[in-house]
Design a protein around this ligand. Sequence first.
Ligand code: Z2T
Length: 826
Amino acid sequence: MSRKAKAPSKIAENANDKNVFKDAVIRHLHCTLGTDENKANNHAWWKATCSAIQENVLEGLRKTQKTHYLNDTRAVHYLSAEFLMGRLLSNNMHNLGLFNTAQEALKELGVELTDIMEEEPDMALGNGGLGRLAACFIDSLATMELPAIGYGIHYEHGLFRQEIKSGAQIERPDSWRDYGNPWEICRPESIQEVSLYGYVETKYGENGRIQKEWHPGLTVKGVPWDIPVVGYQGKTVNVLRLWQSEASDYFNWDVFNAGGYVDAQRENVHAETISKVLYPNDETEAGKELRLIQQYFFCSCSLKDIIRRYKRAHGDDWSRFVEQVVIQLNDTHPAIAIPELMRILVDRAELDWEKAWNISTQVFAYTNHTLLPEALEKWPARMIEKILPRHLEIIYEINHRFMDLVDKKWPGDNEKKAKLSIIEEGSEKMVRMGNLSVIGSFAVNGVAEIHSRLVKQNLFPEFEALWPGKITNVTNGITPRRWLKACNPALSALIDKKVGDDWPLHLKKLEGLEKHANNKTFQKQFMQVKQANKQLLANEIKQTLDIDVDVNAIFDVQIKRLHEYKRQHLNLLHIMALYRRILENPDYDMHPRVFIFGAKAAPGYRLAKDIIYAINMVGNKINNDPRVKNKIKVVFLPNYRVSLAEKMIPASDVSEQISTAGKEASGTGNMKLALNGALTIGTLDGANIEIAEEVGDDNIFIFGMTVEEVEALKAKGYNPHDYYYRDAEIKAILDWLETDYFTPGKPGALVSIKQSLLEQGDAYMVLADYRAYSDAQAKVDEAYRDKERWAKMAIINTAKMGKFTSDRSIQDYVDKIWKLRACEVK
Ligand code: Z2T
């Protein structure tokens, strides 16, 4: 994109659209890619098309930045270690209203748009729900014309690519930018410097003021790459700014002069490693030094960028900072930004502590995404001291002052202090990033009603008592542009005809479908769309796995990271039970079903990998057993990712949302599937509860223990053996896992699953919920056989998903937390 002389082709709504677009694509084939229309392969066509679209994107970007600057707007700064963007071409075309134009233009050039879209690698800079939520949120922010910027890390390698070899997961590196990314723009003019290691010098200033000076051991560069984020209808174009680490130009003098540090430096992280790779753990803290450095690196770059922009408008006057800036922390991953801002204000801007703290605590807000103890970040104080010595001092100072406050509220109550303290005492002192985040923020939120209640009651009850009202709820949402309009064009066209075409902006309009839910013709049309989408997925399954599936079967889908709390093994046990029932009774009556899975396991999570292996081995046996007569198929689609989700979700009949109650903070796949007309079989957990409220109890299959029942059973003492001995089917299935039936010649290859459910205590109460799940599945089977009933239920699910647009989530953040105003871009 280096042609400056020629003005970018403006694509207006006139009859020439198509020809203008054709010219732009050809021009990029020639001038950007150095090829021509005879030589170009699909990859070149894809890139040229992206560049043609990008011309329009960049025009919107220039206008937006100018407008925001001239209006000196307050903006939200969304700090997240993950942004799971997926592919951008389809989304950008839809949001600019250029999809049909591009499709027709390319057709005349002899190119099929949907083919070249497959050339785009996913931008997989995230693990799962948390990263995808950030991506949906920046889409909504731009759509709603809110001044916003996303800040994150420009990982060289995103989440690993998953291959399945002999049933087991293999991780391969992801290289999303290997052949160049047509969307990103490098901004060397906005490079930032970040310091690490070294020591702190205490100085006494003229007026007796103690001054701290950090002498870093290493300085690295942060190079910003900007990805434009196009709002629906293309008016506001915000940016996602991702920082890449590089060696600094500056000679690291202090390291050299400090003698001993030169040797110590050997163990330290090199500049280029910092942004090399995304940590693949979704909900377990690895506790690795490099991870902390990644977090600090992008927070420091982002804060300096925010302050540079503020100073350009307001100079050294800090008094308006809190009016202009709000910073949302996506979980505790960016919590180190709190002491970093304090350091900048106190050590650099020389504000006194109270003033600096006053500013900081009006700027930050924190979103909690999990209650799982293994996911709550804690860093050894010693590690922070080594990497960020000044920040550890600041954390201690924050804590000291906070403990004084706690003592005023509960004098002498050391138990309260121990719970509220940022520092966890013990053989090794630990810094609790959750506590730091609550103390340093003006608002804290959970991501679904039940989750927020549990954050208040179980995770942070002392903070709730100290600061009632500080913890609130903002239920998650998803962007209907990507998760219906772009991924399900057939259903979108049908919906347009019934309720008009502005539902992507006003998702509640889908309620207009409800009055057609009993209409036989509409039911037929709705289910025909579903059938067609199932056929497309069936083709995909045939192509990748060479498995034949019948589109008349129920497509039952569980897609999410593999984790014990999400209970993919509950699904698997039930599949084994159905298989066993068929073997015992060849006439066992069930509607044919295809159980489809997509899941990546964290590479170090043994049992999660064992469950993937078990799904594949059990599936292999069932799929090739003629006695099953194709009543069951098990399909594990490898390398689950955003672009695969976009193919699976429109083709799903049943959505598996079967986490142990209280463990899934919200879930967002549940919303995407229901929006596309899948019926949920699920527990009363996370956003399932709110989905059930919307669709009504008749249009969802709820089963299993409630949070209260889980807690009661735990309190009374849960013994999985009770269920093993009392339920013959459970016993038979678990014992089956110990044989070599599914792993010929390898007895015991699946035994770890049985062990986790019996000897190791079944932490997620799979066995306790098994019978209820099996009964609910029988109800699903029965409901599907009644075609009209099912169609009606599916239509109502789509009709009632309006609440779950991420536009509503963002409006909630705006009203409750950010206090932002939209800024129209003309
Ligand atoms: C993640 O995807 C989620 C929570 C995490 O806690 C970490 C990751 Cl990578 C630290 C998920 C929740 O599990 C899910 O329930 C929720 O819908 C999603 O975040 C977005 O809030």
